[in-house]
Design a protein around this ligand. Structure first.
Ligand SMILES: [Zn+2]
Ligand SMILES: [Zn+2]
Length: 157
């Protein structure tokens, strides 16, 4: 289902209906958190724990197991994509249909997104050379971000 590839923003209730999920309160609130994160731009990538903490802070009674279950349903429905950034803790973001790759700070967990035409092109060439029909890829770079490097320099000085 690719209804969410259209860039118009839908109300959570409608969005859930479109993918055949009943608009329960936890589902609507969790989807809203993702939509807000998407709009804010800088914290688009959320773990189940991030979502859980936010719901608890809003005095919403929900178990972590329910959060995991909703995230799995959202992923199956194509609303969100799951990533593993170098550890076994899954991170999720809204699937807006636009492809991008990631660079992740191994100190603070900050995630930046990028698209590089040359990298995309080369990956397709490699697939063709190896006789594959490419369906997708996931590319994550790991390093230490500017802020964390600055902190480390200050600590040493
Ligand atoms: Zn960092
Ligand atoms: Zn991303």
């Amino acid at each position: 289902m690719s209804l969410n590839n259209e860039h118009e923003k839908l109300e959570p209730e409608q969005e859930l209906k479109n993918v055949g999920l009943k608009a329960t309160a936890p589902r609507m609130r969790i989807l809203e958190i993702f939509q807000k994160a998407q709009e804010s731009g800088n914290v688009r990538h959320l773990s189940a724990e991030d979502i859980y903490k936010q719901l608890v802070a809003e005095n919403i009674e929900i178990g972590l197991a329910t959060v995991y279950r909703v995230l799995t349903q959202f992923e199956t429905a194509g609303l969100i994509i799951r990533h593993y950034f170098g550890n076994d803790r899954a991170t999720y973001e809204v699937d807006d249909g636009a492809h991008h790759d990631h660079i992740v700070c191994t100190r603070c967990g900050r995630v930046e997104e990028f698209v590089d035409k040359e990298i995309e092109r080369r990956q397709k060439q490699i697939a063709v050379r190896l006789g594959f029909e490419l369906e997708g890829h996931s590319l994550s770079l790991y390093g230490v971000c500017e802020d964390c490097r600055k902190k480390e320099r200050e600590r040493k000085a």
